[in-house]
Design a protein around this ligand. Structure first.
Ligand SMILES: Nc1nc2c(c(=O)[nH]1)N[C@H]1C(S)=C(S)[C@@H](COP(=O)(O)OP(=O)(O)OC[C@H]3O[C@@H](n4cnc5c(=O)[nH]c(N)nc54)[C@H](O)[C@@H]3O)O[C@H]1N2
Ligand SMILES: Nc1nc2c(c(=O)[nH]1)N[C@H]1C(S)=C(S)[C@@H](COP(=O)(O)OP(=O)(O)OC[C@H]3O[C@@H](n4cnc5c(=O)[nH]c(N)nc54)[C@H](O)[C@@H]3O)O[C@H]1N2
Ligand code: SF4
Ligand SMILES: [Mo]
Length: 678
């Protein structure tokens, strides 16, 4: 038996863990008491991870489609056939969808993008357009680069405003703060305040002050808060002038007096930090909302100062490096269908179905999906499944035959996070304090599982392309020199602001705390407050379509402690003693429809319908709002998950390009008009 120090890579807290290994088995995962940030905390999912590691349903060797099922093939058979089939297609017709877990593997994300760039294709998609691309777009518009993102200085703030986030369940996002509950309770213990703006009285809201907002009302709420404060910038002042708290009340459901008091208290607090997450991203105006959250920080003097919204200086300067090579892009290209701007080289994942089905040059004909399950995570999963039928090739790289992989021609086995070395490169700018951690692989890959970057590199060699996004690496590849992610990383660390070496990192297995707080005052140029894109977006608010009286309820999403998007429902330990997926509804709405707690209902939107959903009646919901978690409705190769029942909420959301938010192509997943019937 051996103990190996590592960190969990399921969610963004990146909690420190200690794995007990016996031979090639991980027999236990426990929280690492010596981790400087998580200090012996881990949630049930991290502790249950050995069940994923050794899941009998896990894919551990390459699979090739045979009729309705799959047959085992060798890597050689799989990769040579894939390379041959891709070789027969125009390079610009080959695409990639990168799912959420790829964010924890630097090599995976960089090589996938490099593969698509190496092909000269535009078809690069990710979970970002269902998650955070609006935040990147807002930063590009305000600070001139998508990767400059403020995080709340929660350890020093006197006032934390949380808009559309539920960190008590999600454990924080675009903000890596292990023990987030403690850190938030500390604000109040110091005499400060935490205010949560959310249509549901969430697990987080219940512990602090709650402002109940109507879904998709964020832009109106923030504009009226800015109005109440009265910005000194004349352009911003005139932009917010029409948005009196009285005029926005019908949109927000928030009393004008509450808006004024909130604005006044936020402006008067000695310091205030403003934090918005997915609830603020997945409505109709996500980029505008992210922009307004920062504008509020600017106007109240809370941007880039202690206790406010602060910018980290990560040990690997991803922003600077990507800027240097033209990769920190926003709106430098437009999508073939719909003309949407790219965000960091990505186009809206909702466009995959129409890109497959719209003929013409650059039509999407072959797709890789790695660490993703877009059939469950992207709007209108059924439209995507139909579109898959007309692809020439679909390849999934995953741990499981998920709902997307079941349509694939090949399923290739990936390593879990315990089977690879890592540094949380993508999260370095978001840690609550300057922090970095290196981990070795804890165990050898199970079966024939391979790291994604190695799969990509092998395939690229067979196709004669260099899987890199930057010129110098492509030239090196032509000269026969191919770099590894570890080599790139060690260069990035050495070239970073702290000049870290790999040996220094390796010498600190629990991670390196680099400072007590993030430095402030480093923002060189003043933020732009009224770029034309934002002005136009504000003007467009007046033209918001009238609600359809036949669909009077508004559907929102929610996350659950013992779920993780679509991929941890196969862990029996997490599923036991659970209620399964339920639709939360206010008692008044339930009564009006003659439904009682536990009844099965039908939910209908303008574009889809799901049935047999049990209702959970609770006054945590704002009247007129219903909530249903995503990531359910399994029918893949995971037996426990399939047995869990539930429906795919994204059969209710729309994939029509017109339904996408314009500035970042965000999917509209919250505030969807629905009706519920017994
Ligand atoms: N346990 C668990 N943890 C997770 C995940 C998981 O599935 N399970 N997923 C991970 C992922 S991928 C992410 S991106 C993060 C997300 O992290 P969070 O954004 O913190 O997670 P959510 O629980 O989705 O919180 C969003 C909140 O927005 C509210 N909301 C919905 N519509 C609106 C609206 O129009 N306006 C406002 N103001 N609020 C609204 C919802 O009621 C909900 O409480 O969580 C990560 N962590
Ligand atoms: N209606 C609605 N839809 C949503 C959301 C919502 O709030 N409401 N949230 C959106 C958000 S924020 C997100 S991030 C997306 C998530 O959307 P996706 O990223 O498309 O889907 P996941 O469910 O995270 O699926 C992850 C897959 O990766 C696999 N996996 C896990 N670890 C690894 C690994 O190391 N390597 C490889 N190759 N595979 C691995 C898992 O088995 C699983 O199949 O969903 C989005 N969809
Ligand atoms: S909160 Fe849970 S899932 Fe997230 S990193 Fe920590 S242990 Fe892993
Ligand atoms: Mo996400």
């Amino acid at each position: 038996m051996a103990e190996r120090v590592t960190y969990c890579r399921i969610c963004e807290a990146n909690c420190g863990m200690v794995a007990t290994v016996e031979g090639d088995r991980v027999v236990q995962m426990r929280p690492d008491r010596d981790h400087p940030l998580s200090e012996g905390y881990a949630c049930p999912k991290g502790i249950a991870f050995p069940a994923v590691q050794h899941d009998p349903d896990r894919v551990t060797h390459p699979l090739r489609r045979r009729g309705d099922g799959f047959e085992r093939v060798s890597w050689e058979e799989a990769l040579s056939d894939i390379a041959a089939r891709l070789g027969a297609l125009p390079k610009e017709s080959i695409g990639w969808y990168l799912g959420n877990p790829a964010a924890w593997s630097f090599g995976h994300a960089a090589w996938a993008r490099g593969f698509v760039d190496g092909l000269g294709s535009q078809h690069f998609y990710s979970s970002g357009s269902q998650d955070v691309n609006n935040r990147f777009a807002a930063s590009a518009l305000m600070y001139g680069t998508p990767l400059r993102i403020p995080i709340p200085d929660v350890e020093r703030t006197d006032f934390l405003l949380v808009v559309g986030a539920n960190p008590f369940v999600s454990n924080g996002s675009v903000f890596s703060v292990p023990r987030v509950r403690d850190r938030m309770h500390d604000v109040v213990a110091r005499g400060g305040r935490v205010v949560v703006v959310d249509p549901r009285r969430t697990e987080t809201a219940r512990n602090f002050e709650h402002v109940a907002l109507l879904p998709d009302g964020d832009a109106w709420l923030l504009l009226s808060m800015l109005h109440a404060i009265g910005p000194s910038d004349p352009g911003l002042a005139s932009l917010v002038a029409p948005f009196t708290p009285e005029s926005t009340a019908a949109r927000t459901g928030v009393e004008p007096g509450v808006v004024r008091a909130l604005a006044r208290d936020l402006a008067a607090a000695p310091s205030a930090a403003i934090y918005g997450r997915t609830g603020s991203c997945l409505g109709s105006h996500g980029t505008l909302v992210a922009f307004l959250l920062d504008a509020l920080a600017v106007v109240t003097g809370n941007l880039d100062r202690p206790g406010g919204s602060v910018f980290a200086e990560p040990a690997v300067d991803l922003d600077g490096t990507m800027q240097r090579f033209g990769l920190a892009s926003y709106a430098t290209r437009r999508s073939r269908v719909g003309g949407f701007p790219d965000v960091l080289g990505q186009f809206p994942a909702t466009l995959m179905a129409p890109e497959i089905e719209t003929p013409g040059p650059g039509q999407l004909r072959a797709l890789f999906v790695s660490a993703g399950n877009p059939v469950l995570s992207v709007p209108d999963g059924r439209a995507l499944e139909r579109a898959f039928g007309s692809l020439d090739l679909l390849v999934s790289i995953d741990l499981y035959v998920n709902e997307t992989a079941r349509h694939a021609d090949y399923v290739l086995p990936a390593t879990t996070f315990l089977e690879r070395e890592d540094v949380p490169v993508a999260f370095l700018p978001f840690f609550v304090k300057p922090f970095i951690q290196w981990t070795d692989a804890v165990v050898a890959p199970r079966g024939e599982a391979r790291e994604e970057w190695r799969i990509i590199d092998d395939l690229a060699r067979r196709m004669g392309i260099a899987p890199y996004s930057v010129g110098p690496l492509r030239w090196l590849a032509r000269a026969g020199v191919r770099v590894s992610p570890q080599r790139m990383l060690s260069l990035g660390l050495l070239g970073g602001p702290r000049r870290l070496t790999m040996s220094r990192l390796r010498a600190a297995p629990h991670g390196l705390l680099l400072d007590e707080h993030h430095a402030t005052g480093g923002l060189r140029e003043p933020p732009r407050l009224t770029p034309p894109e934002i002005v136009r977006e504000v003007e467009s608010l007046a033209a918001a379509p009238a609600p359809d009286p036949a669909l009077p309820l508004r559907l929102i999403g929610m996350r659950e402690l013992r779920s993780h998007n679509s991929w941890m429902h196969n862990v029996d330990k997490l599923m036991r003693a659970r209620e399964g997926q339920r639709l939360r509804m206010h008692p008044a709405d339930a009564e009006a429809r003659g439904v009682a707690d536990g009844d099965l209902v039908q939910v209908r939107s303008a574009t889809g319908e799901v049935g047999g959903v049990p209702v959970f009646v609770t006054d945590d919901m704002t009247p007129g709002v219903v909530a249903l978690p995503h990531g359910w409705g399994h029918r893949g190769g995971w037996r426990r998950a399939n047995a869990a029942g539930g429906v795919n909420v994204n059969e209710l959301t729309s994939a029509a390009p017109e339904s996408l938010e314009r500035l970042a192509g965000m999917s509209k997943l919250n505030g969807v008009a629905v009706e519920v019937e017994a």
